[in-house]
Design a protein around this ligand. Structure first.
Ligand code: NAP
Length: 326
């Protein structure tokens, strides 16, 4: 079968860090076109545009697009792509609201194209192994600790602080996408404290209390963008049967009862593109709403707490970026 001819819309950090290299490395895809408002133009893309609409109408052989823009504009772009007969890969968060995502799901069904909510954090091996180990178990304790330095990972980025930019839920939704993937029971948001800097429209930190409906279970998530020094992307789980699981490094490392079961480099986007290939080949879609719904629920029941203004000394950027030194 010929490789899928794919285009990228929005050549920001994640498109450059992950989508371009993973498309190039995967023989089931060929990079046919890109659309970049700033006019970035990778040398191996056959066609380049500054307006994605011209790309959608001007490249009939384009089978699919990966939409790597901020979430606030994803719905409009995805709609137009589907109506132009293209299949769509949605970066996370897949839209700005639940109703936008529902609209895309229905439209994809109507036009008979593939739509894929990627949730990249679900694709590390440790996540898979955790889901397997927890299948059929009852969870007694779940503790999510997702704390990172926003100045280090998002210097000068503006959209994350705007309404609909998700704030701390931009990384927090990755943790919740792992939670919904590994938990053997459905989880619900019971309480949320959302900490908004006085000068911003999106939260910088959030403390969540979750539930499975099991009365003695303790489930919490602590998200914070003010963490300097050691960065934490950890999920600890204890089952009623007494097993202790430690999923760390964003899902790359797993210990079960003190024994290291997985310790691997991140392979998230390799997995994302393998799955997209399969979906395109089989003409299927995946619309996983679960992590998105938890974030929406946190905003719905959340108590708003005002905290210190957040000052970012990095120059405001329009999508160009310097990769942080790790
Ligand atoms: P970014 O660096 O700000 O890049 C977004 C790019 O989208 C911009 O550089 C711009 O590229 C394009 N864009 C901006 N506004 C647009 C608009 N109104 N219409 C069309 N295109 C627009 O952001 P990012 O960090 O790559 O994040 C993009 C998405 O990927 C977010 O949803 C984020 O949650 C997700 N994500 C990010 C990471 C990460 O590590 N940063 C990891 C996983 C997922 P052009 O000028 O080239 O058009």
């Amino acid at each position: 079968m010929a490789p899928h001819a794919i285009g990228i819309i929005g050549l920001g950090k994640i498109a450059q860090d992950q989508h371009l290299p993973n498309i190039r490395a995967n023989p089931d895809f060929t990079l046919l076109a890109v659309s970049s408002q700033r006019g970035l133009s990778p040398e191996d893309a056959k066609y380049t545009f500054q307006d994605y609409r011209e790309m959608l109408s001007g490249v009939p052989d384009l089978e699919a697009v990966a939409i790597c823009t901020p979430p606030q504009v994803r719905h409009q772009i995805a709609r137009e792509a589907l109506l132009a007969g293209k299949s769509v890969l949605l970066e996370k968060p897949p839209a700005a609201t639940l109703s936008e995502l529902e609209d895309l799901k229905q439209l994809a069904e109507k036009v008979g194209k593939t739509i894929f909510t990627t949730w990249h954090a679900q694709y590390n091996k440790g996540v898979d192994e955790t889901a397997k180990a927890l299948a059929g178990q009852t969870v007694k304790l779940l503790r999510v600790t997702w704390k990172e330095d926003v100045r280090r990972w998002h210097p000068g980025q503006q959209w994350i602080w705007q309404a609909g930019g998700f704030g701390i839920f931009d990384p927090g939704i990755n943790a919740l996408s792992i939670v919904t993937r590994i938990m053997p029971q459905p989880v619900f948001i019971k309480r949320a404290d959302l900490k908004f800097p006085a000068n911003r429209d999106a939260p910088i930190a959030a403390d969540l209390e979750l539930s499975t409906g099991q009365p003695d279970a303790e489930l919490t998530a602590a998200f914070d963008w003010r963490q300097t020094g050691l960065q934490s992307w950890n999920i600890d789980v204890e089952t009623q049967a007494g097993s202790q699981l430690k999923l760390s490094q964003g899902g790359c490392r797993l210990e079960i009862d003190g024994r290291v079961v997985v310790d691997e480099k991140p392979s998230e986007y390799e997995g994302v593109y393998k799955r997209f290939d399969l979906l395109l080949s089989e003409g299927r879609s995946v619309v996983d709403v679960a992590p998105f719904r938890l974030v929406a629920d946190a905003f719905m029941v959340g108590r708003r707490v005002q905290v210190e203004p957040f000052q970012d000394d990095a120059p405001a950027r329009d999508g160009t970026y310097q990769a942080p030194s790790t």
